[in-house]
Design a protein around this ligand. Sequence first.
Ligand SMILES: Nc1ncnc2c1ncn2[C@@H]1O[C@H](COP(=O)(O)OP(=O)(O)O)[C@@H](O)[C@H]1O
Ligand SMILES: [Mg+2]
Length: 375
Amino acid sequence: MPAAKRLFIGLMSGTSLDGIDCVIVDLAGDTPALIAADCHALPDNLRHDVLTLCADKQAPLAELGRLDIELGRCFAEAAIKTLAAAGVVAQEIEAIGSHGQTVFHQPNSAAPFSLQLGDPNTIAERTGITTVADFRRRDMAAGGQGAPLAPLLHQHCCASPNKNRAIVNIGGIANITLLLANGARVAFDTGPGNVLMDLWIARHNGARFDKNGEWATGGSIDSAFLAELMSEPYLALAAPKSTGRELFNGAWLEQRLASLKQRPSPQDIQATLLEFTATTLSTALLAGMNQGEIYLCGGGAHNTALLKRIGELMPGYYVGATAEIGIDPDWLEAMAFAWMAQQTLDGIAVDTSPFTGAKKPVMLGGIYPSPTSAS
Ligand SMILES: Nc1ncnc2c1ncn2[C@@H]1O[C@H](COP(=O)(O)OP(=O)(O)O)[C@@H](O)[C@H]1O
Ligand SMILES: [Mg+2]
């Protein structure tokens, strides 16, 4: 008889703000089984207001509260729509793992802090499903960076006993997870994934992103600009480390451009930004793993020009997509938060120490019970 299903929902909205990823997964077996998945666009005005908050790094408390509630409503709606499309009813779901929308991440200050908006109370009330949220701050309280957390799932279902593997997630920010055959585990944010390319093409061509890197491919790499980008001190920091829009944003880019003797053309800037992502990723991978397999996931894994460059910079390594090892590259991160919700509900403390530097295993996230949980 097949084991009873254990259905969870994962909700993820990343740095790119391209939409809310929602997955329904069956976590009864060893490897998560994807039942349904969808990406739900954020309303334009809400996306704009969140980006403004990220750029300004301040807002009146009433505005912060409004965004928290409105994002919570959008997350709830995303879950409800995905359930309806899949023909699954809320009562079949054990819990939602909701990452929330990061608007601030400051792991290295005297008071380490990370803020994800999207009120989990609203999600639990509107969906009727127990919601687990606020995963990052518990890790920080235990001495970790609070990020990256998806490597927990990479380790759980992508490691091989006889091959070195790296999972490379190219979201707004890129992170790598090294799963070495000798058992060593390392993960960290390498730097920008798509975030700078997205903002640059949006400013010049009005597009949300540079599809397949086509605009970048028509430009030339500016070596002085690339050297300037590569001089960012974050890149030389030892792991564990994590970053976000607080560092890699429009102001950072303008500063780097302003220090050049000659400003490259907009298209050459795009070409160089693509090279910057490829170089930071390949440098980190080459330093961490002297041979092996590289599996990509996240939206940037669709950028064919970027993939080509990563392959060229890493001759001798196998470069593929996580689909080849059984995990859909578009939904891996949302699945990871569904999986974390299951760990927390089952009372399991997870060992994030190789990835975030936490000092001890931690139970990640707070539990917001469904309205029907009370007896
Ligand atoms: N075909 C494509 N070509 C280039 N970039 C793409 C393509 N598809 C998706 N992307 C990039 O992926 C990003 C979304 O990736 P995602 O993994 O959702 O990031 P995040 O976790 O930051 O939300 C988009 O903003 C875009 O930059
Ligand atoms: Mg996204």
